[in-house]
Write a protein of this length. Sequence first.
Length: 274
Amino acid sequence: MKRTIEKLKHRRYRHPPGPSSPRWLSFAVVTINLILIAFFLLDAPVGFYAAHTPNVLLPLGKAITDFGTSGWILFATALLFFEALAVIRLTPGLRARFQAMLVSHIAAYIFVAVAGSGLLVNLVKRIIGRARPGLYEQWGFYGLNPFSGSRFESFPSGHATTVGAFLMALALLAPRYRLFFLVMSLWLGFSRVIVAAHYPSDVIAGLSFGAWFSVIMAIVFSRYGLLFRQEPDGWPVLRRPIPLLLRPNRATVPLPLRGIPPKREASEKTNDLT
């Protein structure tokens, strides 16, 4: 452990702080206004609808909402991390060790992003104590009762925070698929509204908090030269492309002429004849 801490300190000195944090002010203004719009215009109708109307999307919401639980993500990333450490220590091949080191960094980053955002949001939602939509008839959409149990832990959504943190981390690791991750985050996040566990403003706050926590963790990793570096505008990007997340560039991969098998197949046929 002491040796690891010394290595991190050395990496920190080798990678001085980058530019200022990206787009914080504009993001904060947009996020706060989205939450306020949802709070005043959407939360009350959603609470009334959940209390009085059968929800045709309820089976879909129940099917996908548990994806936002953090347990399976934390277990999988912890398992990957320790397996990668074992490979680093036991494998003599240099290339395999570097690949295992990359896997360990990715697993550590996702674990820290999801676990850290989850711990913070669970503390915040207990302090705020907003009543869930199931209590709309008794408390309305603005009822607050701090430290009163899970029925008063609506804002922000913990599931949406996990979804935002996890999918933003994947979007930073595989930016080619960021639109797909955005669509997934919206459906998975708002599944909490479908199952009447949260209001829209809870989900918007959770998705935003989780996503930007992952961005902050990427910046922290970049300060130690791990996985990411910062662009001139402060946004974190990968230091090097991750091979497993890239599709081959067909423009640079020569295809065999028609009727002529690839060299590997030709050699295999030769072996069969002999």
